[in-house]
Design a protein around this ligand. Structure first.
Ligand code: HEC
Ligand code: HEC
Length: 363
């Protein structure tokens, strides 16, 4: 008789079933490592593919994935492209060089990011997460579409400095990429639209919504300590007029009083309106503790410096947003509570999510 025995030892039938399952799993892994898509390989890949779900209480995203449906192969291709330095002219700089996962995909410790040949850009690389909600991208809103945005850094002479036709030829010459494009889009053809769609399947699914703050809002009252809760209240008093929950931005362009005479034209670069000089998009504050330095030019190294700026450093200028004129009346107790609260926006589950990590490290 087969079947489980009262003494707990397994019958021969179960042992061989178990062995067959183990073998199948190994076969699936082997197929997957070679890039082949067996049925089980595909299912395992799906387990690693983030789905795009709108967290409770969040608005509808702006980027519409119905026009670019996320698939396991499309996401995997986008992830590979994001980490591949061959997207730059001399093969030295990947998107991930300036957008590092441990810093929520900002450029850690770089006031302004530097790219190819160590050339400096003029602005701080923002963290990449919840991008599908951004009505416009970049500090000045100069990019409108998540799918088209990568053409900027790829062509930018201080970032990746590549010519798109050269880059596409380089990908076409690589049998591995031809196979990856075929898996993602049905034929091995490689063109800019496919490359950009795959990249957007990666960048658009970088969802960060599992900080302690989020857990607190979902009803886990222990997720925030008393000081942190006081910090949330202070934040709602002083900061959320611009850094609106749950995305921590109202996506407007404002002057938060960094300089009386702005050096960077900011939003005016796009609109050419004098009023917009020195205005920048209100940035999200999620993962803020992980991505110093701060502001469009990375001028502040710590969050304490940022809060002190709002208390006593706001420039006296007509251009400064009315909410901030004369500085914010933040008490000493509020200052420390605010600093405690800001760190509850870190989302380690996001910055450690293996699905977003460098695929080369896994091999
Ligand atoms: C040399 C560093 C560098 C490289 C390489 C780079 N970026 Fe960026 N990225 C930046 C900087 C700096 C900004 C902000 C620029 C601005 O606002 O003017 C930015 C902005 C962005 C934004 C807008 C984020 C927001 O909040 O509006 C996205 C999306 C983005 N990059 C994706 C990419 C992708 C995809 C690649 C690869 C194709 C890439 N970046 C390569 C430095 C870099
Ligand atoms: C009037 C709107 C407004 C208010 C109120 C406001 N901010 Fe900001 N905040 C901005 C803008 C705009 C920027 C980007 C400015 C730039 O880089 O030029 C910014 C940038 C920041 C940054 C840097 C983010 C990064 O990624 O570099 C932090 C941190 C920050 N604010 C925290 C706060 C805190 C804390 C409060 C409340 C004490 C607050 N802000 C109140 C508009 C505002």
């Amino acid at each position: 008789m087969h079947g489980s025995r009262p003494d707990g030892r397994r019958g021969a039938g179960q042992v061989s079933l178990l062995a067959a399952l183990v073998l199948l799993a190994i076969a699936a892994l082997a197929l997957d490592a070679r890039g082949g898509i067996g049925l089980l390989g595909e299912q395992l890949a799906l387990l690693r593919t983030p789905s795009f779900t709108v967290p409770d209480g969040w608005p509808q995203p702006v980027y519409d994935f119905r026009d670019n449906p996320i698939t396991a192969a499309g996401f995997a291709l986008g992830r590979e492209l994001f980490y591949d330095p061959r997207l730059s002219r001399d093969g030295s700089i990947a998107c991930a060089s300036c957008h590092q996962q441990f810093a929520a995909f900002a450029h850690y410790d770089h006031p302004v990011s530097h790219g190819i040949g160590n050339r400096n850009g003029s602005r701080n690389a923002p963290g990449l997460y919840n991008l599908a909600w951004l009505p416009q991208l970049m500090w000045d809103g100069s990019a409108h579409n998540l799918e088209v945005q990568p053409l900027g850094p790829i062509a930018n002479p201080v970032e990746m400095d590549a010519r798109l036709p050269d880059l596409l030829d380089r990908l076409r010459a690589d049998p591995h990429y031809r196979q990856r494009f075929e898996a993602a889009f049905g034929t091995p053809d490689i063109d800019s639209q496919r490359m950009l769609r795959a990249l957007a399947q990666f960048t658009g699914t970088l969802l960060s919504a599992d900080s302690r703050y989020d857990r607190y809002l979902r009803g886990d009252t222990d997720a925030l300590a008393a000081t942190e809760q006081a910090g949330l209240a202070a934040f709602r008093r002083h900061c959320s007029a611009c850094h609106a929950e749950p995305l921590f931005s109202d996506f407007s362009y404002r002057d938060n009083g960094l300089d009386a005479l702005p050096r960077d034209a900011g939003r005016a670069t796009v609109t050419a309106r004098d009023d917009d000089r020195g205005r920048f998009r209100v940035p999200s504050l999620r993962n803020i503790g992980l991505s110093p330095p701060y502001m469009h030019d990375g001028r502040f190294d710590t969050l304490a410096q940022v809060v002190d700026h709002y208390r006593s450093g706001v420039a006296a200028s007509e251009r400064v947003d009315p909410v901030l004129r004369g500085g914010l009346p933040i008490s000493d107790a509020e200052r420390s509570a605010l600093l405690a609260f800001l760190n509850t926006l870190d989302d380690p589950a996001f910055t450690h999510d293996v699905r977003f990590a460098d695929p080369a490290r896994r091999r």
